[in-house]
Design a binder for this molecule. Structure first.
Ligand SMILES: [Zn+2]
Length: 295
């Protein structure tokens, strides 16, 4: 039996707590979850973070009529996995990730009161880290190999992607984006965009025909070559703007001018405010500056 896959994109939950410099209300970014399935079993990835998202995603998964064996988490950022426990319970599935991602998930739980709960209050379910590793980062679905490939730093540390060779598919988490603003603040921890570019190279080396980006405009296709090229181009453009633009607001405006249709301008503002906040406060606490840029 051959495998197939389908993608469910959860819209960001509403915030109602203020506006961006251009007057848009603050929001979030859509989160994509992928269901890879055979005739009877399925594997789910990155099941988003609020109770409402878990319900919507869970109903969609249930409609596929497969037994979910595993839920794979690409990286530690809470918006990709705080709801994982609810889905694991509903479907009797195991949660799996690389050792590096599991360490980052613990960091995500520790940081939650200072970031996620401040923004989303009671919308996020209680979340503890129950993910486990699998031997050699490899598992199977109805006899087909699924590979957890460690690619290092992208928008945070210890990212991994899920490679499904028989589908020419990479589920790329936040290494590759598709029509949504990229979170760039983490680059100040690693001296720029070099590590992220290396992570993109590792994804490209897998020669994916299809890439599911963790944050995407669901109207767009999942062409591997295009999404890789556009993710690189976004970093190149950001690098130029960091040299030419003197303020966070100018960076924000210039990005919107270049990418008028991109979703998630709140992510763009969090990037700009974080990058320029760190630049303007060389003695400040970098973690605090980056977190405050989201609020
Ligand atoms: Zn993300």
């Amino acid at each position: 039996m051959s495998l197939t896959y389908d993608v469910f994109v959860n819209d960001p939950p509403p915030r109602n707590d203020g506006f961006l410099p251009n007057g848009d209300p603050k929001g979030g970014s859509p989160v994509a979850s992928t269901l890879i399935y055979g005739s009877e079993e399925a594997v789910l990835t990155d099941p988003a973070f609020t109770t409402d998202q878990a319900r919507a995603l869970g109903d969609w998964v249930a409609g596929k009529g497969r037994k979910v064996t595993d839920i794979f988490i690409t990286h530690g950022h809470g918006d990709h996995w705080f709801a994982a426990g609810l889905l694991a319970e509903r479907f009797g599935a195991r949660i799996i990730a690389t050792a590096g991602t599991i360490a980052q998930m613990h960091a995500g739980v520790a940081g939650r009161p200072f970031l996620w709960d401040k923004i989303y209050g009671g919308k996020i379910p209680p979340a503890s880290v129950t993910a486990v590793t699998v031997p050699r980062n490899r598992f199977t679905l109805e006899g087909h190999d699924l590979l957890m490939v460690e690619v290092g730093h992208a928008d945070t540390d210890d990212n991994s992607v899920l490679h499904v060779p028989d589908l020419g598919l990479v589920v790329a988490g936040d290494v590759i984006y598709n029509g949504a603003h990229m979170y760039l603040g983490g680059s100040v921890m690693v001296g720029g965009f070099g590590p992220w570019r290396a992570a993109i190279d590792r994804v490209e080396a897998l020669k994916p025909r299809h890439i599911v980006a963790g944050h995407q405009n669901k109207q767009l296709d999942d062409d591997g070559r295009r999404t890789i090229a556009e993710t690189r181009q976004y970093l190149d453009h950001a690098g130029e703007l960091l040299r030419t633009e003197k303020t966070a607001v100018n960076f924000f405006n210039a990005k919107i001018e270049r990418y008028p249709k991109h979703l998630a301008r709140t992510v763009l503002w969090a990037s700009a405010a974080g990058l320029y906040g760190v630049r303007e406060n060389p003695d400040g606490d970098v973690g605090q500056i980056l977190a405050a840029a989201w609020l």
